[in-house]
Design a protein around this ligand. Structure first.
Ligand SMILES: NC(=O)c1ccc[n+]([C@@H]2O[C@H](COP(=O)([O-])OP(=O)(O)OC[C@H]3O[C@@H](n4cnc5c(N)ncnc54)[C@H](OP(=O)(O)O)[C@@H]3O)[C@@H](O)[C@H]2O)c1
Length: 183
């Protein structure tokens, strides 16, 4: 799949490495912007407060399937939107999902150590499902569907609890949500 990552830091760069290993063709875009016309899927992995800025610098986003991985740390979604993901959808008009915001990038290189495949929550449009779930699996995660894009706000807020567990002493961690016979 042709994938563009907007943000080539811990998350964008880390997932780009994993996806390239899985055979995808990844274009990495930083704060100078660029064009994503060729991409079948676009990952947003830039600071949450800079999401609107990306639309001034990145071209070719109309109708694209976008996965928004941003978190809002000391920032709010753009005015009138409950979440960054819903803002993205309003700009692209394409299939949109929220995913990869509830996993730590600094342990992507340890996914294969896990006894069971780690989960990665996503919510969003059904039209994005095939792409999101494939890119989850190709990064080493088991995708867990969390409902429509209206749930993106709750998924963004979940970060507070994730940070609380992290800072409570566990450090960066994976998690797994599965029926009893799959744990
Ligand atoms: N780190 C994690 O474990 C983690 C996990 C889940 C979600 N997140 C979220 O994912 C996002 C990225 O986190 P990160 O840790 O990967 O950050 P990071 O390492 O600081 O990388 C940020 C990237 O965003 C780019 N960028 C900054 N402003 C931009 C703009 N206006 N337009 C386009 N690109 C821009 C930077 O470009 P340059 O390369 O040109 O500087 C850089 O490549 C954040 O929203 C964060 O909260 C982080």
């Amino acid at each position: 799949m042709k994938v563009a990552v907007v943000g080539r830091g811990n998350v964008g760069g880390g997932l780009a490495d994993l996806w390239e290993k899985a055979g995808h063709d990844v274009t990495r875009i930083g704060s100078d912007g660029g064009d994503v016309s060729d991409a079948e899927a676009v990952l947003f992995a830039l600071p949450g407060g800079a999401i609107a800025d990306a639309f001034d610098k990145v071209t070719g986003l109309d109708g694209k399937t976008v996965i928004d991985a941003t978190n809002l740390i000391g920032a709010e979604p753009p005015d009138g939107f409950a979440s960054n993901a819903e803002f993205v959808k309003s700009k692209t008009g394409g299939p949109t999902a929220k995913s990869f915001n509830i996993n730590f990038a600094n342990i992507y290189d340890r996914i294969s150590e896990a006894r069971a495949t780690p989960s990665n929550i996503w919510c969003g449009d059904d039209e994005a499902r095939d792409v999101v779930e494939q890119l989850n699996r190709d990064a080493g995660f088991d995708p867990v569907y969390a409902g429509p894009l209206e749930n993106a706000h709750a998924q963004e807020e979940l970060l507070k609890l994730v940070f609380a567990v992290n800072q409570g002493g566990m450090g960066p961690f994976f998690y797994r949500m599965a029926p009893p016979d799959q744990l």
